[in-house]
Write a protein of this length. Structure first.
Length: 144
């Protein structure tokens, strides 16, 4: 039900990790995610440790889900000398094409322990339903 929009994003992420570059608004870094079906909904979990909820933006336009987040550097006093900095800073983004069978009007978003979790219900029209057969009339009737 989910489709990746850019097969080269993972290569970009690896290059950014090796080169130490961070994402910008014009060229954001990719954020790691998991996606799975749980009952009658799809769940997408994004790793965003150290990002405040105010720095996360979630948009849905038609069937395109876009999640953008920004991890800013922590303000340090002038007397602080950085010895090691491995935590990536900058802008992170992910775009996911959602199937027509998902109800994008009822997406729920939760943020806990650095993980943004989106729950997208499967649309009622996409759920399986039984077709009943009327005796004698030859017509089939759909029951929901």
């Amino acid at each position: 039900m989910l489709m990746r929009t850019d097969p080269f994003r993972e290569m970009d992420r690896i290059v950014q990790q090796l080169s130490g570059t961070s994402g910008t608004w014009s060229k954001p870094s990719v954020m790691p995610m998991d996606a799975y079906r749980e009952g009658d909904e799809y769940v997408i979990a994004f790793d965003l440790p150290g990002v405040s909820t105010e720095a996360i933006d979630i948009d849905v336009e038609r069937n395109m889900l876009t999640v953008k987040a920004e991890r800013r550097p922590v303000a340090k006093a002038d007397s602080v000398k950085m010895e090691l900095s491995e935590r990536p800073l900058g802008v992170f983004s992910r775009q996911i094409m959602l199937a027509d069978t998902l109800d994008t009007e009822r997406i729920q978003a939760d943020y806990d322990a650095g993980v943004l979790t989106l729950r997208i219900p499967i649309a009622e029209r996409a759920k399986p339903r039984k077709v009943s057969i009327s005796a004698g009339s030859g017509r089939k009737q759909i029951s929901g």
